[in-house]
Ligand binder design. Structure first.
Ligand SMILES: O=C(O)CCC(=O)C(=O)O
Ligand SMILES: [Fe+2]
Length: 397
């Protein structure tokens, strides 16, 4: 598998399927426009910036395990720092030609790369095969749970074929020997700016706060115009069969005026599916999207658990409400054809038979999941600050 001219390592089944699902949940509810066309990304600093710092916790054991593997394989124990951690997804049209990962002056600090595949070639996406220019293997077929580790220099020149369908998702890390590029110190400085108040978890301090609109607007071409393209959060809801309803009194007035309708989704929203409105107010679009994606992650588990469920509060939508829903959709998804081209693969909405009773239970389960992570993060933070390093605290469950 590896030779000294092309140092690389393949670990099959490195991540469990459930961890892959959890990271998929995070990416599909928190991801933003990426660094190349048709690419989406979720960085840890973005999670902190959108008041979801607790969502960095699921990454921590994986970062530690990967760093250990890299140091052990390349014989550089205790020498490396994590330079970057992120979830990166590629959709139809995305590709990358031959390159090494340190091939720009501002990337010279990168010594090693680790790419973990969170879904599978042939099943979740088409195209997207990984190739090494020299040495074995020449081609690597991404499969869920596998990790590919290699040096970031010219001994491992590689490329990725264009994605032809679906969404190819990875957890990607780069490692550096240069302490000045340690991701942890940067993240800790962001974390210390958040005004945590753990004493009262009922204060909903953990609700996500959207970043600026341009981070979520998918332009069909290079120019970031809002005249065409779509909002990726609404697009992700749309392909799963959900729509938005705003109770905002100024909503209809706003939508007919020049006011950016993007502002409306930063305010309380309700969710609609088919002819029903779910009678629950979400704080904003990210809150709603997190709950919907959580539903798609956890619903099969909930079905198996035989938990006794309460009836859901839903109401039929009126014709005038339907009008408002359509108008908002037109504002946020200017190019629905493009939405389908980019995210159509996400037909989990069709595979999963929607059930409002389960959905209603998921709202509470999302809250329990979130507040537990939030509490754990707040408990770990003083130690992270003291050590200037983010790590799994063995005393916290
Ligand atoms: O996702 C992959 O398989 C590799 C991506 C890559 O080469 C890069 O981001 O530099
Ligand atoms: Fe690369």
């Amino acid at each position: 598998m590896a030779d000294s001219d092309h140092p690389r390592l393949i670990l099959h089944g490195f991540l469990s399927p459930d961890v892959c699902k959890e990271l998929e949940f995070i990416h599909k509810s928190c991801g933003t426009i990426g660094y190349r066309p048709n690419v989406f990304s979720t960085t840890l600093s973005h999670l902190i910036a959108t008041n979801s710092p607790h969502l960095i916790l699921p990454f921590l054991p994986l970062r530690e395990k990967l760093k250990e593997k890299v140091e052990e394989f390349f014989g550089c124990e205790y020498e490396l720092f994590i330079e970057f951690t992120g979830l990166i997804s590629w959709t139809r049209g995305a590709s990358i030609g031959w390159h090494s990962d340190d091939n720009r002056p501002y990337l010279k600090q990168r010594d090693y790369a680790a790419v973990c595949y969170l879904n599978s070639y042939g099943l979740d996406f088409g195209g997207g095969l990984f190739h090494f220019q020299d040495g074995e293997p020449t081609t690597f077929v991404p499969m869920v749970g596998d990790a590919l580790i290699y040096t970031a220099d010219s001994r491992n020149i590689h490329s990725v074929d264009e994605i032809t369908e679906g969404e190819r998702l990875t957890l990607t890390l780069w490692f550096s020997r240069d302490k000045s590029h340690d991701e942890d110190s940067k993240l800790i400085s962001f974390l210390t700016k958040i005004p945590f108040n753990d004493s009262d978890t009922s204060s909903n301090g953990y609700l996500p706060l959207p970043a600026s609109q341009n981070m979520y607007w998918f332009p069909p071409e290079e120019s970031a115009t809002y005249q065409s393209g779509f909002d990726i959060r609404c697009a992700r809801l749309h392909v799963l069969g959900y729509q938005l309803y705003s109770t905002n009194a100024t909503f209809l007035a706003a939508i007919h005026s020049t006011r950016e309708s993007s502002d409306i989704i930063l305010e309380p929203l309700r969710v609609v599916r088919g002819n029903y409105l779910f009678d629950y107010e979400f704080a904003n679009i990210l809150h709603l999207l997190q709950v919907v994606q959580f539903y798609h992650w956890k619903e099969p588990e909930l079905k198996r658990s035989e938990v006794k469920l309460k009836p859901a509060k839903i109401v039929s939508i009126s014709t005038s409400q339907q009008e408002g829903i359509q108008l908002l959709k037109l504002q946020l998804l200017k190019d629905q054809h493009l939405v389908e081209t980019i995210f159509s693969s996400d037909n989990r909405g069709e595979r999963l038979e929607h059930d409002w009773v389960s959905f209603s239970a998921i709202v509470d389960l999302w809250e329990a999941y979130t507040s537990k992570l939030w509490h754990n993060m707040v408990s770990g933070l003083p130690k992270w600050i003291a050590n200037q390093s983010i790590f799994v605290d063995p005393n916290v469950e």
